[in-house]
Design a protein around this ligand. Structure first.
Ligand code: M6R
Length: 607
């Protein structure tokens, strides 16, 4: 969603702000802008669409000034046009915002009644007006912000710049993330450490309700009660070098191809290969033996990783799992107890609904676990125990390597839970650890299917609809395949449990509908073969993703992608790669914006 950056620098900051906005592009946006303050006056450029438009505007009219704020906007209130692009200015105040001011309509009315002149349709502009009015009444910028913040309902990360003060930036955070960067004689604000990575690795994350007053000589942080607080400065591991496409055409391609390596890194964090044991750091905080239930919640692809984990926890650990998408869970008022573990899965660690669900469960007294990729994220910081995925920064909006790393962590947790709950033996644990250890090699084999999949994508690109089918742990992978295809190629796709076909979706089958069947040769393979026959009998065009043992029986398929045979535990992890490649190549063939598909944001920080 919206990306924020602010710089108090020692030279003209507009080029640095633009550079930082480029690193925030991955979050998804539809307009962008920069405001600097120079010689006591604001200078501003805004543009609709991609950053290249803002870059051209800056090339034809550069902005001077050593202090400034910048923004990539993902439209919520008001169309994505120049008028609604941030920064918004009222009098002596310029503001950029990530989040939603829920009471903006009341505040707009209040401003209009007081004779204010609103220039945009946004919720954000009211913040600049309210603060400017306080300045006009004689308050200092710091006093004005302290008075206005409590009036704002909803979620926000704000960066504020003041006309006439070139050594002042104020940031505030409630619900949406905001980080302070410490330089030498320079200070920064950013939505995340990635934005600030070339400038500094010294980062202080603001906590819920915090606001911060920055000058070139440092920062003062206040909590929601306006009491000065001290927040830890940490070294961010994110370096600008990690945010690079390398020789790949898209971040997504790079991230798909990184999987053998990052799956290896993630595994080495959770398994002891020599002893063939699962070893989970910090697991003492979570006693699987005493649990009655796991409650899982997440959004999008992370939710599908949780759906796979439900099969694993129930099968290997006999531990019931309740799972729900976070946007529903947060309002469902689920009863919980201290014998529940609530587990949240998130690449970004900032997804608003997942975070709200976490806070609900915390208030109910449940132990909170989090499987997260961004180690410094809010979800990671608020959980009792964190299970990191070691996927590295994921920049493509479509989640790929984070998904397979989430599955790997969840598989290790399920096997460990099975052992401590007495449902699997040490020998069985060793067999499952060996299966997991083989994942990076099988991932390499899966990548070898790419030429066949690329050829296949050209036919798929002509379809208007597609169906994905799977059973067991490969049913959630069917859902994930459909999501990947939809978000990247804009082809409508649905994922179904193969056994559910006869209960409705079979009516869709005709010769124009591609049907992707994900079916390793496991204990339920024959059942899926029957479902394939039902599709073939109605003229459906089947593409079968199976292994060398399943290929023979797949005669109903028009095309078959064959992977090596592998342990059942790991099929959803390895089979994810061809599924991702299919969506990727279809999107490339169709010419869509692969890394930043339309309307999507990487980190969904509003509900
Ligand atoms: O950062 P998170 O893992 O919490 O994000 C959850 C979803 O927004 C995310 O997985 C989304 O569905 C992706 N676009 C899927 O590719």
């Amino acid at each position: 969603m919206c990306g924020i950056v602010g710089i108090l620098g020692t030279e003209a900051v507009a080029p640095q702000l633009l550079d930082a906005l480029k690193r925030l592009e991955y979050r998804g946006y539809d307009s962008a802008g920069i405001t600097t303050v120079n010689g006591g006056a604001f200078q501003r450029k805004r543009a609709e669409g991609k950053l290249r438009n803002l870059e051209s505007a800056l090339a034809s009219g550069p902005l001077a000034g050593n202090a400034g704020i910048g923004h990539t906007r993902w439209a919520t209130h008001g169309a994505p046009n120049v008028r609604n692009a941030h920064p918004h200015i009222a009098g002596r105040v310029a503001v950029v915002h990530n989040g939603i001011i829920e009471n903006f309509q009341d505040l707009r009315n209040e401003i209009l009644v007081a004779g204010g002149d609103l220039q945009s349709d946004t919720d954000t502009e009211v913040v600049a007006h309210l603060i400017d009015r306080k300045l006009s009444s004689g308050l200092s910028p710091k006093e004005a912000v302290a008075e206005v913040l409590p009036k704002l309902k909803g979620a926000f990360a704000l960066a504020l710049l003041f006309e006439g003060d070139e050594d002042l930036l104020i940031g505030a955070r409630k619900g949406s993330p905001l980080a302070v960067g410490h330089g030498t004689g320079e200070m920064y604000l950013g939505s995340d450490a990635i934005a600030l990575s070339p400038f500094t690795d010294r980062i202080t994350y603001l906590e819920e309700g915090d606001w911060a007053v920055l000058t070139r000589s440092g920062v003062s942080i206040f909590d929601s009660q306006n009491k000065p607080v001290s927040r830890r400065e940490s070294r961010s591991a994110v370096t600008a070098g990690l945010i690079d496409k390398g020789n790949y055409r898209h971040f997504m391609a790079k991230e798909i191809h990184e999987q053998p390596e990052v799956l290896g890194h993630t595994l080495s964090h959770y398994i002891d290969l020599g002893e063939k044991r699962i070893r989970i750091p910090a697991i003492e905080a979570l006693d699987f033996k005493s649990l009655d239930r796991i409650v899982l919640s997440a959004c999008g692809t992370a939710f599908y990783a949780g759906l796979v984990a439900k099969y694993w926890f129930e099968k290997y650990a006999r531990l019931p799992v309740e799972i729900d998408i976070a946007s529903e869970f947060r309002y469902r008022e689920t009863p919980m107890s201290g014998r529940d573990c609530a587990l949240f899965i998130s690449q970004s660690g900032e997804t608003a609904d997942t975070l709200a669900s976490l806070r609900y469960c915390k208030a109910q007294g449940a132990v909170i676990g989090a499987v997260v990729n961004v180690a410094e994220s809010t979800i990671a910081r608020e959980a009792d125990v964190v299970f990191p995925t070691i996927a590295g920064p994921e920049i493509g909006v479509a989640s790929t390597k984070a998904f397979t790393c989430q599955l790997t962590v969840l598989a290790a947790l399920a096997v460990h839970a099975g052992l401590v709950r007495g449902h699997i033996t040490v020998d069985e644990e060793a067999e499952l650890v060996e299966a997991l250890a083989a994942v990076p090699n099988f991932a390499l084999s899966a990548l070898k299917t790419e030429p066949a999949i690329e050829a296949m994508s050209q036919t798929l690109a002509k379809a208007s609809n597609a169906l994905y089918l799977g059973r067991g742990t490969n049913f959630p992978l069917a859902l994930e395949g459909a999501l990947k295809l939809k978000e990247l190629s804009y082809i409508h796709a649905e994922g179904y449990a193969a056994g559910e076909l006869k209960h409705g979706p079979i009516a869709l089958i005709d010769e124009t509908l591609p049907v992707f069947v994900i079916a390793p040769h496991d204990g339920i393979y024959e059942k899926t073969v029957s479902n394939m026959q039902e599709v073939a009998a109605r003229g459906g065009r089947i593409v079968l993703l199976t292994d060398e043992n399943g290929a023979d029986k797949g005669s109903a398929a028009a095309e078959t992608i064959i992977l090596p045979a592998m342990h059942d535990l790991i099929t959803p992890i390895v089979y994810a790669l061809p599924v991702q490649l299919l969506a990727y190549h279809t999107a490339v063939f169709m010419g869509t914006d692969v890394d930043q598909p339309r309307n999507l944001a990487k980190s969904v920080t509003v509900e």
